[in-house]
Design a protein around this ligand. Structure first.
Ligand code: PMP
Length: 428
């Protein structure tokens, strides 16, 4: 072995240094009297828990096999042998990564094939890929809106829309969730005061905590009346709802009227990455102007191949979507019959309201002990007192798994007093 030419030097103890005050908040976060330390101590901290194995609807955590009801793997394709094989083949042909941006050395023929197929699938002129869904919305907003423009954004939109709006330097006005009277007032005023400003309404197509679908026809009417463009973030909608999985606008037969639709590959497409579809010139402009596209490495070959195969399966096996909706209806009814509040869910995202934060964490822990994984969502992601179990479903869940989930909620719900002890039984 090669010897280092430098003699080993014992590390010098540096004279006592004052730590920059910048980091004080980091230590405060771990204060023994704070929420984090208390939850950790009681083994109630639900986040960053490692999964040791996963087969889609089942996962192993801490040696225990759990039913997975907390994933966005809507079509259950992460474990599909055809999808895995496509990922492996792409790695064999192209290697493990692209090591560069699409703009330079990071464009593969596979990326172009996927863009073409997505544009076709969505019935739009052009598509552009990004390396995550987050970067998609951030980049699209940054590119199409700028100083002098105005973005109107639903208050419950995903964080990446807020990030993109901020980065764009456009004036951003946030309207109350799904409150179109409020939006109308804002648009009217902006139209009167600044008729020449470019205007964009940006909304999640399906809201990620409530599972509710945005009312696209109302938004389109307002966009039309006030000369605004409409952008939908269909992360939880494409490959999930609408005609053949074409997303939220498609559920109203209005897909062709929406100016920009974004999506992600980290959910129904079993991978990672994102895309935006729209008219040719607008999307080509985004391709050149979105910093998250131009200055960041492109999707690795295995991930692109995963999406191509998943898109093919989505189109060849429409029964997957039928099953997903059947499951979602069954679970919504099941939770309601047990006496739980599932908000306004209309999709495979089904929130189950628990109440205060600590109760929510205890509920989560008890569900793990019953063999069920869900996500605990607490304020500020949801209103105070409305902490919830965010459950979500995939086309590959079996009837037995679904009943195991309902049984577990029934048992824990009664034990912790979230539902009455005389609550209805689990439907057969
Ligand atoms: N938009 C919405 C509505 C989301 O829920 C998410 C992620 N959960 C994203 C965008 C970001 O997508 P990704 O995780 O693929 O970056």
């Amino acid at each position: 072995p090669r010897q280092s030419t430098r003699p080993e030097e014992p590390e010098q103890a540096s004279p006592a240094q004052e730590e920059p005050s910048l980091f004080e908040k980091c230590h405060r976060f771990f204060d023994p009297s704070g929420d984090y330390a208390k939850l950790k101590q009681a083994d109630l901290y639900p986040y960053f828990r490692p999964i040791e194995e996963s087969e889609g609807s089942r996962a192993v955590m801490n040696g225990d096999e759990l039913v997975m009801a907390g994933s966005n793997n809507y079509l259950g394709l992460t474990a599909d042998p055809r999808v895995k094989e496509a990922a492996q083949e792409a790695t064999a042909t192209y290697g493990t990564g692209c090591t560069g941006s699409r703009f330079l050395n990071g464009t593969l023929d596979l990326h172009l094939e996927l863009e073409e197929k997505l544009a076709d699938f969505m019935g739009k002129e052009e598509a552009v890929l990004f390396s995550t869904g987050y970067m998609t919305n951030e980049g699209v907003l940054e590119a199409v809106a700028g100083r002098g423009d105005i973005i109107f954004s639903d208050k419950d939109n995903h964080a990446c829309i807020n990030a993109g709006a901020q980065k764009s330097l456009a004036e951003t006005k946030r309207y109350r969730h799904n409150d179109f009277d409020h939006l109308r007032k804002m648009l009217k005023r902006a139209h009167e005061e600044r008729p020449d400003a470019g205007k964009l309404i940006a909304t999640d197509g399906v809201f990620s905590m409530s599972g509710k679908i945005a009312r696209v026809p109302d938004l389109l009417d307002l966009a039309d009346e006030f000369d605004a463009a409409l952008m939908l973030d269909d992360a939880h909608a494409i490959g999930v709802i609408g005609d053949g999985g074409r997303g939220s606008a498609s559920t109203f037969g209005r897909k062709d009227d929406v100016h920009l639709i974004t999506g992600t590959f980290s959910k129904s497409f079993a991978s990672i990455g994102g895309f935006c579809v729209g008219d040719h010139d607008v999307v080509e402009y985004i391709r050149h102007e979105a910093s998250t596209h131009v200055f960041s490495a492109s999707m690795p070959p295995s991930t692109v191949a995963t999406v191509l195969k998943s898109l093919e399966i989505l189109q060849d096996e429409p029964e997957r979507l039928d099953r997903l909706h059947e499951i979602s209806d069954y679970m919504r009814d099941g939770f309601r019959n047990l006496g739980f509040d599932v908000w306004e869910s209309e999709t495979p995202i089904i929130p189950v309201v628990i109440g205060d934060m600590e109760l929510c964490f205890r509920f989560w822990r008890e569900l793990i002990d019953e063999g069920v994984f869900v996500n605990a969502v607490v304020p500020p992601a949801v209103p105070k007192g409305q902490a919830l179990m965010r459950t979500s479903y995939m086309a590959t869940h079996t009837d037995e798994e679904l009943d195991q989930i309902l049984d577990a909620f029934h048992k824990v719900g009664k034990k912790l007093g979230v539902i009455g002890t005389n609550g209805h039984e689990v439907p057969a």
